[in-house]
Design a protein around this ligand. Structure first.
Ligand SMILES: [Zn+2]
Length: 120
């Protein structure tokens, strides 16, 4: 972890008895997106995933797009659309479909609670 990288929330309880944490890197992407890393601990080695995060428009709640940074594995999703809402948050990933919760939603909630993506 770079010295200027900010730890947002640890530990987060991810789906399936996994835990993890989220960091925010000091530099934005070239087009101004926040760069985060979600680290999850399950069986075996910790899994590190970096994403560029942008808030997008939504008819309800708040919508975000997480775009993976770096090479994708075979059949790996290029990113996820996440909607945060008081009545139930949504994510298009496999864990959310299975458990109605996921690390992407937890990470975005933690980012918003930490003052990122404040609405003017
Ligand atoms: Zn998800």
């Amino acid at each position: 972890m770079n010295a200027d990288t900010q730890l947002i929330a640890a530990p987060l309880a991810f789906a399936g008895a996994r835990t993890g944490y989220v960091t925010v890197e000091p530099e934005l992407t070239e087009d101004g997106a926040l760069v985060i890393e979600i680290v999850s601990f399950g069986k075996g080695k910790p899994v590190h995933k970096r994403f560029a995060v942008r808030e997008t428009g939504s008819d309800f709640g708040r919508a975000f797009r997480l775009t993976k940074i770096g090479a994708l594995k075979r059949d790996e999703e290029a990113g996820y659309s996440v909607n945060l809402d008081r009545t139930g948050s949504l994510c298009a990933c496999f864990d959310h479909g299975r458990c109605q919760e996921c690390k992407h939603i937890l990470a975005l909630r933690a980012l918003v609670a930490s003052g990122y993506f404040t609405q003017e």
